[in-house]
Design a protein around this ligand. Sequence first.
Ligand SMILES: NC(=O)C1=CN([C@@H]2O[C@H](COP(=O)(O)OP(=O)(O)OC[C@H]3O[C@@H](n4cnc5c(N)ncnc54)[C@H](OP(=O)(O)O)[C@@H]3O)[C@@H](O)[C@H]2O)C=CC1
Ligand SMILES: CC(C)CCC[C@@H](C)[C@H]1CC[C@H]2[C@@H]3C(=O)C=C4C[C@@H](O)CC[C@]4(C)[C@H]3CC[C@]12C
Length: 291
Amino acid sequence: YYFYSAPENFNEEMLRGKRVIVTGASSGIGEQMAYHLARMEAHLLLTARTEAKLQKVVRRCLELGAASARYVSGSMEDTTLPDVVVQEAENTWGGLDMLILNHIGYSYFNYFDGDVEHVRKLLEINFLSYVAMTVSALPMLKESDGSIVVLSSMAGRIGTPFIAPYTATKFALEGFFSSLRQEFIMEKVNVSVTLCVLGYIDTENAVQAVSHAVRDKPAPKEECALEIIKSGALRQRELHYPPRLVGNLLLLQAIAPDFLDSLIRGNYKAEQLCLSRMHQKSVTHSIKHPF
Ligand SMILES: NC(=O)C1=CN([C@@H]2O[C@H](COP(=O)(O)OP(=O)(O)OC[C@H]3O[C@@H](n4cnc5c(N)ncnc54)[C@H](OP(=O)(O)O)[C@@H]3O)[C@@H](O)[C@H]2O)C=CC1
Ligand SMILES: CC(C)CCC[C@@H](C)[C@H]1CC[C@H]2[C@@H]3C(=O)C=C4C[C@@H](O)CC[C@]4(C)[C@H]3CC[C@]12C
């Protein structure tokens, strides 16, 4: 808990005047991170697909005290977007202090349906675009001794049912960015890599997607967003949030993996899932081939 939970020695002034990119900032945890950073008087560059939402978030950030706030809209399915976003930071600020990689593409919550194309697309949005953003931003981050913050999940450490494609993208991030962290240390590159291992958080999209089928109660997105910023600013290796839940589950994984798996299965209401699956089909008219 000591190493990976809410750090005590954080000071909000650490973020004053810092130049920060936040992806997936139009809703959920990304939006809340933008508001905290604005209060701390950082310069913000936000991105997501929905321009109307980004405009609202930017306006609110300026009201809250952001040193500056702007956005670039677009989908991370578009492989040119990562470079466009980073270029915008370079053109307006001439540098970058923190890169917060947070966006995720839509996925279903159900038994894996065999749709390989969907897994490919999700890897592009949730994983490859994170790699591309990092490659583009690295020269500026090296220059500023900056920080990379990557949003992962308990589902990036532990196999959890009904989100196989999503889980794959989070395991990929964990592997790629822990490897990169090792290389940075070996090459004396002073750029920190913080991996955020989150449990269930009460964002609108998450609650809508899973609340009918998950027994666990979600943790608050506002506090979660603040802990992420703290751990990035303090250049922590990882954040566990909520700290006790994530810490205990990872410990259990190390000593009793089968028991942990059964605990996780017990946390789901599979009957609810079947109903919603039929509902989803009748609504979207998508014919898929469940295993
Ligand atoms: N909520 C939870 O329970 C948990 C969340 N996490 C992680 O936290 C992070 C944030 O999650 P949360 O706040 O719940 O997510 P939300 O669904 O609330 O937000 C996702 C963001 O990504 C954007 N987005 C969606 N599709 C694309 C796309 N194709 N290209 C670019 N941007 C896109 C959305 O905006 P728009 O639609 O406008 O593009 C939105 O701003 C994620 O990395 C998630 O994996 C981890 C564990 C648990
Ligand atoms: C053993 C239990 C106490 C803990 C189980 C924790 C479970 C319930 C937690 C851990 C990680 C969580 C998922 C996650 O990482 C991100 C998203 C994306 C969002 O758009 C939809 C919800 C979803 C799938 C979360 C669903 C709930 C998950 C599986």
